[in-house]
Design a protein around this ligand. Structure first.
Ligand SMILES: Cc1cc2nc3c(=O)[nH]c(=O)nc-3n(C[C@H](O)[C@H](O)[C@H](O)COP(=O)(O)OP(=O)(O)OC[C@H]3O[C@@H](n4cnc5c(N)ncnc54)[C@H](O)[C@@H]3O)c2cc1C
Length: 393
């Protein structure tokens, strides 16, 4: 097992770091250090295009589609350097981390050529149309319908919690395409343009004051018959493949962003004297240990990933980081004390640490709640018996 990076990988790191420092210290200094998912969308769109132009947008993708053929270790290195340089949240993170890898895995050659370069070049932004009011953890319960009409698929229904739909050009949708079907059967995975009369996007305001996510209504929306991933009625397989990307590689590199957040909490504790409180000191030490464990855990998983596949241990990662970050949010508030409960200027724009606390409440929900993650670990990693699943056969 090698818990580190090779000299060649360090050369890659130096190249990435130099490029990021030059761009984020120069023409893109205005987006450096942003933490909000909704701030400065136009400049972050420009940033997506700049990354794409220089081949740094989707480093793990094949060169033919705008990537760099980077290994898993190099992908993690890039993400680490991105966080270290203060890169802003990626406006197209759903396109890059979810839609793109799924199209690569399940798409036809025509679909790959049509969609992947546009994502890699930052020209088309994507969002995810999975959850519905009655289908979150129980995703197989989706009710949105789709049917063929002439050369199109027509879509009717409602999605909810659609992150960044207001900035998106495309949405991938799981819809029931076989009437009378139930559970995971009879679903199709469709790629649908957002900007059309049949799609309405309505913002939902979150506890942070931002409106990152939305309700998305489909009222006779259309997409070309060719825009289906996999075969009609067999979309569940594609939908589950995508969740593997959501909970796998893309989360391995997050510790560097977490490092920045923990450092900010430590700096606040030093400044306001909270660092002298023995209980706060203990919790900071515990957070530091948790962070280092996550980092070595990620490196360990990478050493087993040389054939491109992640070790089943990676299934534990989502619950580990989500819980760690939720605790960090609580620690941040305890460090700030009363100051954490006020918003300067009286508006609803929270400073970074209270915002971290409020946002971290969502970490144990999206991408699969902690309860669902425990089921996944029990069933898929440990091979324990499946939990009873009602009438789904
Ligand atoms: C910030 C944020 C962004 C999001 N972005 C998107 C997006 O872009 N696109 C999208 O499609 N969705 C998105 N979601 C939705 C997210 O995927 C769902 O919230 C999540 O899957 C949980 O579903 P739910 O909210 O319907 O809760 P429910 O499924 O109703 O769960 C409620 C509670 O019951 C528990 N529970 C449910 N079933 C079981 C079980 N079998 N065993 C044990 N406990 C169980 C859950 O763990 C949870 O505690 C986002 C959510 C958040 C918070």
């Amino acid at each position: 097992m090698k818990l580190g990076f090779s000299p060649d990988e360090e050369v890659f790191r130096a190249e990435a770091a130099a490029w990021l420092t030059a761009e984020l210290g120069g023409p893109f200094a205005d987006v450096r250090g942003l933490t909000s998912l909704t701030d400065a969308p136009e400049r972050r769109r420009d940033w997506e295009r700049r990354l794409g132009e220089a081949g740094w947008s989707c480093v793990g993708w094949p060169k033919a589609y705008g990537g760099r053929d980077a290994t898993l270790a190099q992908q993690v290195i890039f993400a680490e350097e991105y966080a270290r340089a203060g890169g802003p949240p990626r406006l197209n993170h759903i396109g890059i981390e979810l839609a793109g890898p799924t199209i690569l895995a399940f798409g036809t050659d025509e679909q790959k050529a049509r969609f992947l370069p546009a994502i890699a070049k930052g020209e088309e932004i994507w969002c995810q149309g999975y959850s519905e009011p009655g289908a979150g953890s129980d995703l197989a319960n989706v009710r949105t319908r789709a049917w063929r009409e002439d050369d199109d698929w027509v879509i009717e229904g409602q999605k909810v919690w659609t992150s960044l739909a207001q900035f998106s050009d495309w949405i991938f949708v799981i819809a029931r395409s076989e009437e009378g079907s139930r559970g995971p059967k009879g679903l199709s995975f469709l790629l649908v343009p957002v900007d059309q009369p049949g799609v309405t996007v309505r913002p939902i305001h979150q506890i942070t004051g931002e409106a990152e996510f939305n309700e998305t209504f489909f009222d006779g929306a259309r997409t070309d018959a060719a825009n289906i991933l996999g075969t009609p009625g067999d979309g569940w397989k594609v939908a589950m493949g995508l969740l593997g990307f959501e909970r796998g590689v893309s989360t391995l590199a997050q510790q560097m962003g977490f490092r920045n957040e923990l450092d900010a909490v430590i700096a606040a504790a030093r400044t306001n004297g909270a660092a002298k409180d023995p209980l706060i000191r203990q919790r900071i030490a515990k957070a530091e240990i948790g962070l280092r464990l996550m980092r070595y855990g990620a490196l360990r998983m990478l050493t087993h990933a040389e054939d491109g596949k992640l070790n089943p241990a990676a299934l534990t990662y989502k619950i580990q980081w989500a819980t760690w970050r939720r605790d960090l949010g609580e620690l941040a508030m305890d460090v700030l004390g009363q100051a954490g409960e006020t918003t300067p200027g009286g508006d609803y724009a929270f400073p970074a640490l209270p915002n971290l606390f409020l946002y971290s409440r969502a970490d144990t929900i999206y991408g699969g709640t902690n309860e669902i993650q425990r089921n996944i670990i029990a069933e898929r990693a440990l091979g324990l018996p499946r939990e009873p699943r009602g009438d789904l056969k």
